[in-house]
Design a protein around this ligand. Sequence first.
Ligand SMILES: C[S@@+](CC[C@H](N)C(=O)[O-])C[C@H]1O[C@@H](n2cnc3c(N)ncnc32)[C@H](O)[C@@H]1O
Length: 207
Amino acid sequence: MSTETDLQTAYRHLAAQYDANRDQFDLSGLLDRLQERMPEQGLLLDLGCGAGVPVAQTFLASGWEVVGVDFCPAMLALAAQHVPAMRRICGDMRRLELAPNRFDAVTFVYSLFHVPWSEHDALFQRIARWLRPNGRLFFTYATADYTGEPEFEGWIDFMGERLFYSHSTEARLRQQLTAAGLQIEAEERPEIGGERFLWVTASAAEG
Ligand SMILES: C[S@@+](CC[C@H](N)C(=O)[O-])C[C@H]1O[C@@H](n2cnc3c(N)ncnc32)[C@H](O)[C@@H]1O
């Protein structure tokens, strides 16, 4: 079975439990700081949006429009209840076709680490095309703090399911972002819900 199918199955099993426990992972401080760096309103693309909480919910409440993408229909069904105003796309974020120069921000919250790091170059390059000048990319990156390895690809238990995780070294991540024309603006490593990830904000060129 492919990584993709396994992850989709795992999230189908996990959706209700994940949603019921989502408030263990409080992102309010991170999202407040992200919003301070951005215009008051705009269009957000949320990749791996899950049930739309808290990212779409926070941005919609501030007057943004949000397009959420997820390949798990059970997660999107929960999103339809929590954030009916979010436009939902069911599909694999790696195969999305979108118009260039359209989004003010793109987020991957707890989702990029489910995509093999060898595919991050291609994703970052497409995101750089989808972003408007000076748009922001915000994402969670797994590091040795989570996996115990400087570079990792494998399966880790989360809420009783085996999930695929992948990350490269932080040096290679920086090279991948630079190669896509994205400049790192902020990095934070807070402990949230007993986990520590790297949270990166990067910006697209001013145009
Ligand atoms: C840990 S959940 C995070 C959900 C949400 N961003 C949050 O903060 O709660 C990861 C989500 O990414 C989705 N996902 C993982 N890989 C994906 C892919 N290649 N394309 C689309 N969605 C994906 C999963 O279905 C799941 O809903």
